[in-house]
Ligand binder design. Sequence first.
Ligand SMILES: [Cu+2]
Length: 171
Amino acid sequence: MAGLLALVLLFLAVASVPALATNHDITWVTGVDYTGWASEKSITVGDTITFQYGGSHTVDEVTKADYESCSSSASLRSSTDGNTVILLDEEKTRYFICATGGHCLGGMKIAITISAASTTPPRLPPPLHRPTPPRPPGAPRRSLPPQRTRQPRRRAPGRTAATPSPSRRGT
Ligand SMILES: [Cu+2]
């Protein structure tokens, strides 16, 4: 019994684990408009972004104000290794620019909005839905009971129908 309980608890623990972290690759070059890049993706806490770039570029994390003014003089961090992985561990917007002269103004600036990690709802088994079984082919269709419709009073069977109408005589 205790074993079963442990199993159930383990299942619940596994089911409540947030979705797996995603890495988002950014090819960090000039001539690309990164505006709105993050809004097209679902970036959540725990994800990573990887900047890939050549030797003439840098990845500088800056404040919002410095992002807007393309100033890298007070960078929060700066990377030049060509393959910079940033862990997005907080729900906020982070700003990155290239510190090489003119590159930020040329478009090498990106704002990344990180949303709260989404927890996937536990996967429930499909509801027990019992569809009515199809009628097997060839099974006799159950005949409906004869409908009691209002019918004209039945005359004596066979008599009147056989005699020709008197009005039709003589034409
Ligand atoms: Cu650059």
